[in-house]
Structure formats: C-alpha cells, structure tokens
Write a protein that binds this ligand. Structure first.
Ligand code: FES
Ligand SMILES: [Fe+2]
Length: 454
C-alpha cells in the first residue's frame, strides 16, 4: 500500500487517518497481517462441556468447528471439506460424533479424522487407492486457553498464548475467575452492525470520555446509582501486556464492603478472596478501583457493570464478553455472551442476566447509544474528505508528547502495567500502535497445507 509507513507513523503519534475505519485496502492488510497472526478469542470451554459438543466460530473469513472429541480434547477444525470444499458443519452449535459433508457425503469424526467416503471402493479403489487413515480436517495451527477462554491462531509461529496476553491476564481474572469453578456463559447473542470492528475495540479499551455525552439518557433514567456519569474521570484506565481497560472509583471501604457495594453476595465475595492474588485484592480493597470495560487486542472485549435491576436502590453486577468480528471494512458481527461465576447462587445468576440484557446485548441501552455513533463514523470514513483528515486521538498528552497526568504508582494502583486516572486516550493509542506493529510486517510465505500433512 502506498504511504503505509506514513500512515502508521501518524497512527503511532495519535493522529489517526480517518479512512482506516472504512477502507478496502486496510481491510485486506488486516486480513493478511493481523487476523492471520494474532491470537483470536473464539469461545469458552464451558460452551462445549461434553464429548461431541461443538460450536462453529470464525476467525475473519475462516470458519472453524470448535469441537470436544471423545478424548475430551478441544480442537479447532477448519470447516472445509477435503473433497470439494463444502462447509462440513452448517449448524451453529450442537453435539455430534461425526460431521457429514452435505455435498457428496464424506464424513469425519469429531476429532477431524476422515472415516467415510461414499462408494470408496468403486470411486477410489478403497483404502489401497485412497487411504483414509491420515486424512483429517485441517486443524487451526494453534489453540490454547486461559481460564477456559479459547483462543485460536492461524500462525504456526504464534508465540505462546500466555506470552501474547502478558499482564492483561491479571485483569482477565476479575471477569473469568471469581471462583475456582470459573465462569459459565450464556449466548452468544449475535448481530451485525454497519461499523468498522476497530471502533468497538477502542471504545471498550478506554473510552471513559464518551460516557457523560453518549450515555446521558441511561444515567438520567436512574439505571445507575452513581449520580453523575462525569464521575468517570475518578476511575483509572490501565494498559497491561496485550490489553487494557477502564475502572470506576468506589467509595471508601474494605474489599468486602466494596464488593458488596457493587452487589456481590457474601458467598461470592468469599470465593473471590480465595481466588485472587494479594495484588488483585488490593486494586479493589486498598486502591478502590473496580474494573469495568476492557479489550484484549485485537478484537475481544469485556464489560462489568452494576445497574439497578428492580425498583429498589439495589444494584447487581453482570459480566459480558464479546468479539468484534470483522465482516467487511464497514461491517462487524458482534458476538456477545453473558458470563457468570459457575458457583454463583441461582437467583444471582438470573438477576445478573437481567442486568446484562438491560445494558448490553442486542436490546441493551448502552449498546443502542454506542452503535449510533459508530455507524455514522464508519459511513463518513469512506468519503474523499476523510482521506484528508487526521483524527485527534492525543487526549492526555501535551503538544510535546508529555503526559497531562502522571501514571499511578504501585502504592496507588496495585495492578501491573501502566494506570492513570482522568481522561486520556492512552489505551486507544496502545491498541492502534499494536495494530500498526502487525500491519507493517509483511506476511511470511505460507506452504499449502494438505490434509495428510496435518
Ligand atoms: S465437498 Fe464434501 S464430500 Fe464433496
Ligand atoms: Fe458506550
């Protein structure tokens, strides 16, 4: 792409060429250099608890069957028949010992092995002519999990998932490890928005600044106990390893009092205390910060919030996990899950689900507010003038690049990475700088894979 170096250097200094939010050529580079290399979140182990359970998920254009075999291992099988390339599994989720291709009927075990070909003897000379035993659906080159979250990478040279995630794991635990049992998911709800995928990822990573403006009505109707959305500046944003997020500042109190303040019942508080490290407890109990929205690069986001669920003043927390799955430069498929501690009391689970549905998901009030902005931004980014505009994403920096406010010390914020209070676009810049790192690296040549080599 002409001018890619200049574009990426603008991105790195926080001046964002507006067209990157709706550009075919950029999208092609993202497919070739980013989504073919990064670790991409595709689901959670609790979605496929029993042998034979599967879900079908995509990494950009590539469809994978995420299936648990009879040996209890979870695999990501490329959903393309070895014969003529038909999609082997057309259902979105289910339980099956085998998948039979709808086109000519080749069938595969749920670990990917080819086991049946119609007219095998007549058409191929049987196993002597075409041995089945080494034929299997292509596996994703890399699959690994963290707290049951399943990630896939199309890059055989991908670094270990733990290294890729780095210190963001510390914060992932707040969402996905509130007890030794971990989380269970409901969903996903799935819908498409006419918006570029990066906008949501940036927003969840650190856009505390939009809350007072975009979500005014949510505050005005009294969904939150916190009286002013503008209070968001008292919270901290942090960036650690390969992700970052936002927090709210809680009123004074102990760890238990603060967890109770956002609506956790005592048995859940006890298990959080057991599961979290001293530093994880300190971020909440000593420093008074409660995690809210976050993103893991490139396109996974989470949110934790605590709206009022009934007529009383009582609030209740929910957790949601989502992916911003690119469809086109101007279209994103959102997969949004409700997540809850598997050991949470049943009444907590059902009220927490209600809280989630009110705020996020296809009917959520925050969701409606946000997407209106993102669709409009995306359509404007396709025009000729957008190619001349550098968007100012330098909040939190003075003209010479020095920060408006200092990073918090370990005595103020016990978590790893870099954290700051006040408004800033540090996280959006981190996310897009990482994006620039991927886009500037030309792809390595890929050897054509065959089933037999897998
Ligand atoms: S394409 Fe699958 S059996 Fe022919
Ligand atoms: Fe929002």
């Amino acid at each position: 792409m002409n001018g890619l170096d200049a574009l990426l250097s603008d991105v790195r200094r926080g001046m964002i060429p507006a067209h990157i939010y709706n550009d075919e050529e950029i999208f092609r580079l993202e497919r070739e250099r980013l989504f073919s290399r990064a670790w991409i979140f595709v689901g959670h182990e609790s979605e496929v608890p029993r042998p034979g359970d599967y879900v079908v998920r995509r990494v950009l254009d590539d469809s994978f069957i995420i299936a648990r075999g009879e040996d209890a291992q979870v695999r990501a099988l490329f959903n393309m028949c070895l014969h003529r390339g038909m999609q082997v599994c057309r259902a979105e989720m289910g339980n099956a010992s085998h998948f039979r291709c709808p086109y000519h009927g080749w069938s595969y075990r749920n670990d990917g092995r080819l086991v049946g070909l119609p007219f095998h003897q007549d058409a191929y000379g049987g196993d002597a002519g075409f041995p089945r035993d080494r034929q299997r659906l292509l596996a994703a080159p890399a699959l690994d999990t963290y707290n049951g979250l399943i990630f896939v990478s199309i890059d055989p040279e991908a670094p270990p998932l733990a290294d890729y995630l780095g210190d963001i794991r510390f914060y992932l635990d707040y969402y996905t490890r509130q007890s030794a049992a971990g989380i269970e998911l409901r969903g996903p709800q799935r819908w498409r928005i006419k918006a570029n995928w990066k906008i949501g990822a940036e927003n969840f990573a650190g856009d505390m600044y939009h809350t007072p403006q975009t979500h005014t009505s949510v505050v005005e109707i009294g969904l939150f106990r916190e009286p002013k959305a503008a209070k968001r500046k008292d919270g901290a944003t942090y960036w650690a390893g390969n992700g970052g997020g936002t927090t709210y500042k809680l009123p004074p109190g102990s760890l238990e009092e603060r967890l109770r303040y956002v609506g956790y019942p005592d048995p859940m508080i006890e298990s959080m205390k057991r599961c979290w490290s001293a530093e994880q407890r300190d971020v909440v109990g000593r420093d008074g910060f409660m995690i809210s929205a976050a993103s893991v690069f490139p396109n996974m986001s989470m949110v934790h919030n605590w709206p009022k669920v009934g007529d009383s003043e009582q609030v209740l927390p929910f957790i949601s996990i989502r992916t911003w799955q690119p469809v086109a430069p101007d279209e994103t498929e959102v997969l949004s899950w409700f997540a809850v501690d598997a050991q949470a009391p049943p009444e907590f689970k059902s009220l927490s689900y209600k809280a989630y549905l009110m705020c996020f998901g296809s009917t959520g009030m925050f969701e409606q507010d946000d997407v209106e902005n993102w669709v409009s931004l995306t359509s404007t980014a396709a025009g000729t003038m957008a190619r001349r505009l550098l968007l100012n994403s330098r909040m939190g920096l003075l003209a010479d690049g020095t920060p408006v406010s200092q990073a918090l010390t370990r005595a103020q914020f016990a978590g790893p990475g870099e954290a700051r209070t006040g408004y800033g676009e540090y996280n959006q810049r981190h996310l897009l700088s990482r994006w620039a790192d991927y886009l500037e690296r030309p792809p390595a040549p890929v050897a054509a894979g065959t089933a037999a080599r897998a």
